[in-house]
Write a new protein. Structure first.
Length: 255
């Protein structure tokens, strides 16, 4: 059985682990003892690991990494809308931990790296080499795939559960099931050194999404245009079909 490493087994990392657990041995890191015990109870090889903002000279190389087929990094290293945050030490701690890994690498970035302007954005609008929070990974692991994730949704994460402003604005959301499916396809095809926007192809307004989740009709209007993140490259290059293309239906999760 192949071995998959997940660094940062939080909400998303846990869903990814569950998705692959029947085909891969899961090696996962977490920051809390409680989660450590939970991961081990699921049969995963779990490790307690934190990445402090300050450089830690005592950070050791993850010995398990040498035996892994792929590593997914699900730890945030950037701010909203690409805000520059002094994370040099935190990043170095991560790089030290992974060591000289040569397998497939997946780095979960965010569509937040795109400006907050009313236009459609593609991957070429913000090359990863020019995005500080992505380039530090590529400098060490040129084979890394950069996954620019939209707003993480699915399961208990529904827009109606949050205090939301700008109801007329379009959403750029993604269901966690589709994130797992993208990674699965990239693993199967041994994809490396790619940057993909992973966002559902439909972009209803926030009000449309919330009202659909509440079983109500939408009476508001959408703004003309809006900030739209395009997943066209993903769809075209990977021939990818979304299981949840419409954020208005994320709550209607298939069993």
């Amino acid at each position: 059985m192949k071995k998959l490493g997940i660094i940062g087994c939080g909400w998303l990392g846990s869903h990814i682990a569950e998705h692959f657990a029947d085909r891969y041995e899961i090696y996962a890191t977490t920051t809390t003892e409680t989660k450590l015990n939970d991961l081990r109870s699921r049969g995963y090889h779990a490790f307690l690991m934190k990445f402090p903002d300050e450089f830690n000279a005592d950070t050791e190389i993850w010995e398990a990494a040498a035996d892994l087929d792929a590593v997914i990094i699900a730890v945030p290293f950037s701010g909203l809308r690409g805000t520059k945050i002094p994370m040099t030490g935190k990043r170095q701690n991560l790089l030290t931990f992974i060591g000289d890994f040569r397998g497939q690498v997946f780095y979960t970035s965010s569509t937040g790296i795109y400006p907050d302007a009313r236009q459609e954005y593609t991957e070429s609008d913000q090359p990863a080499t020019e995005v500080e929070s992505e380039n530090f990974i590529l400098n060490r692991f040129p084979q890394a795939n950069i996954l620019r994730l939209g707003g993480l949704m699915g399961g208990e994460r529904l827009l109606k559960n949050y205090h939301i402003s700008g109801l007329d604005q379009p959403v750029n959301h993604i269901h966690y099931t589709d994130i797992c499916s993208v990674i699965e396809k990239m693993l199967e095809h041994k994809v490396e050194s790619q940057v993909y926007n992973i966002v559902a192809p439909l972009h209803p307004s926030k009000e449309e999404v919330i009202n659909a989740q509440k079983g109500l009709s939408c009476t508001g209007e959408r703004i003309a245009g809006g900030r739209i993140i395009s997943p066209e490259k993903l769809i075209t290059e990977l021939n990818f079909e979304f299981r949840y293309p419409d954020p208005r239906c994320f709550h209607l999760q298939e069993k």
